[in-house]
Each structure stands twice: as structure tokens, then as C-alpha cells.
Design a protein around this ligand. Structure first.
Ligand SMILES: Nc1ncnc2c1ncn2[C@@H]1O[C@H](COP(=O)(O)OP(=O)(O)OP(=O)(O)O)[C@@H](O)[C@H]1O
Length: 251
């Protein structure tokens, strides 16, 4: 995916995205970082076709978001910042619904859904209604729905926010397992998550790209490295610590 000079100005004059240029690659997770208000959600909303662009564009598998959104949506999966689940549908029915929206043949859909439910570690919740799930499980389901139906482009907006460490780890495992053959964009405020999951990290501020590259590249380019401070006690003090006569030790 190539974001090319993308901008968004809201009707109140706010320039939320300001000439953004960045590429996202297949088989990779790109962590998309930025402070609150940096422009991440606005960018994602344009990629999803939820907000019209003001200028510039993005090409997703060579389809232009300004003109080819219908085609793009067939292979696009999104986990929004806030869960969009149906109270009256079960876990399995959610996956089935999204899979059928993408017109996956029924036998393939059944197999994909069964595997996904096992990979999420929630086979016992298969027939549970979404509104009876814990917050962590609802988030897991939302992430799974972004991948279901053969999505080639997967956009995850803070998928682990408000999730306990155990569920967080199983979401990480799912992302690592399912990134093959897909272009995954992950926004997060957790630096450990961005570092661990991101094959590349793109950082924006004030709607502009500030830097982009692998974690090692960014640390080598911008970090100060690590400092190790050592305090050494004199031989006399060390000896006294263990109850010996310092003079004898030195001798
Ligand atoms: N509909 C809107 N009208 C006017 N300004 C908006 C609108 N939506 C967002 N903004 C502003 O655009 C800027 C970017 O917001 P955006 O939600 O994209 O940031 P973000 O990086 O996703 O932040 P967060 O990490 O808090 O989700 C912010 O200053 C926000 O207040």
C-alpha cells in the first residue's frame, strides 16, 4: 500500500493529516505510532473510505481509495478503535456474517472460522452471544473479524487497548500467525507492542510522517543507546561487608 501526499482538512479548518507519504508492505505488520491527535485515526478512516480525502491519495494493491473503494473493501478488514459487535449474534455468527459479506464459499468459510476460533483460544465461547463476552474476548473477536474472509489488507486501530495481559498476548500471537500474505497496519500506544510486532514502525506527528523503518534501524538512527553505570566499592569496604579485616585482604 502506498500513501501518497495524503491530506485531510476538516470543515472547521483543522488540518489533521498534512501531506502524508508512507508505504506499507505485504507479509509485514507496520506499527503506526503517534501521540493523541497525531492523525492516525483520520488516516485510517480515509483508507477505509469512511472519510473523503482532501488531497493526495492511497493505492491499496494498486486500487485508488478515491475511485476504487468498492473493490478495495472486498479484501479489506478493519478492527476499529471501539468494538462494533451485534448483541444478538454469537461469536461464530459474527465471523460467518463477515465471511459471507466477502462472499467466501461456505465450506472454506466454515474451515477458516473453526481454525480462527481455536487460534483465539475461545472454542468454548463459539455459541456465546457477543454481549455476554468479557471485554478482552470482545476485542479478540473484533480482531478476528478483521482477518476473516481472506482480508489482504488489515487495519487494526488500537486492537489491545483495555485488554488484560493474557488476552493481549493471544491477540499478538494471532497477528503474528496471520500476517503472512497480508499487509497489516497496527496503531497502538504501547511501545513494547509496536516494537515486538512491527516489522517496521512509522511515526507521525501533526499529520506528517516523522520517521519510518525497522525497530533496529530507528534505534540506531535516533536512540542514544543504553548506559550501564557501575559503582565499585574499595577492597577495604568489600572486605568489611563480609566481616573480614580489610588490611589482611589487601596484604
Ligand atoms: N471530525 C473532526 N472535526 C474536526 N477535527 C477533528 C475531527 N476528527 C478529528 N479531529 C482532529 O484531528 C486531529 C487528529 O485526530 P485523530 O483522531 O486522527 O488523531 P489520533 O492520532 O488518532 O489520536 P488518538 O491516539 O487520540 O486516537 C485531532 O486534533 C482531532 O481533534
Amino acid at each position: 500500500m502506498a500513501i501518497q501526499n495524503l491530506s485531510k482538512r476538516f470543515p472547521n479548518g483543522k488540518l489533521a493529516v498534512n501531506g502524508l507519504n508512507v508505504n506499507f508492505y505485504e507479509d509485514q505488520i507496520t506499527s503506526f505510532l503517534g501521540h493523541n491527535g497525531a492523525g492516525k485515526t483520520t488516516t485510517i478512516s480515509m483508507l477505509m473510505g469512511m472519510l473523503p480525502v482532501s488531497s493526495g491519495t492511497a493505492k491499496i494493491y494498486n486500487h485508488d481509495i478515491r475511485t476504487d473503494m468498492t473493490t478495495i473493501r472486498r479484501s479489506l478488514g478493519v478492527c476499529p478503535q471501539y468494538n462494533a459487535l451485534f448483541d444478538k449474534l454469537t461469536v461464530e455468527e459474527h465471523m460467518w456474517f463477515y465471511s459471507q459479506l466477502k462472499q467466501v464459499p461456505k465450506d472454506l468459510a466454515q474451515l477458516e472460522i473453526s481454525n480462527m476460533i481455536v487460534d483465539l483460544g475461545i472454542p468454548h465461547k463459539r455459541t456465546s452471544l457477543a454481549n455476554t463476552l468479557s471485554g478482552g474476548m470482545q476485542r479478540k473477536l473484533s480482531v478476528a473479524m478483521a482477518f476473516i474472509g481472506g482480508s489482504r489488507t488489515v487495519i487494526l486501530d488500537e486492537p489491545t487497548s483495555g485488554v488484560d495481559p493474557y488476552s493481549r498476548r493471544s491477540i499478538w500471537e494471532l497477528l503474528i500467525k496471520y500476517k503472512k500474505g497480508r499487509t497489516v497496519i497496527l496503531t497502538t500506544h504501547y511501545m513494547d507492542e509496536a516494537d515486538l510486532l512491527g516489522d517496521r514502525i512509522a511515526i507521525i506527528a501533526a499529520g506528517k510522517l516523522q520517521c519510518c523503518g525497522s525497530s533496529v534501524f530507528l534505534k540506531n538512527s535516533f536512540a542514544r543507546g543504553y548506559y550501564l553505570s557501575l559503582d565499585m566499592k574499595s577492597a577495604q569496604l568489600q572486605a568489611e561487608d563480609i566481616g573480614l579485616d580489610g588490611d589482611r585482604i589487601r596484604g
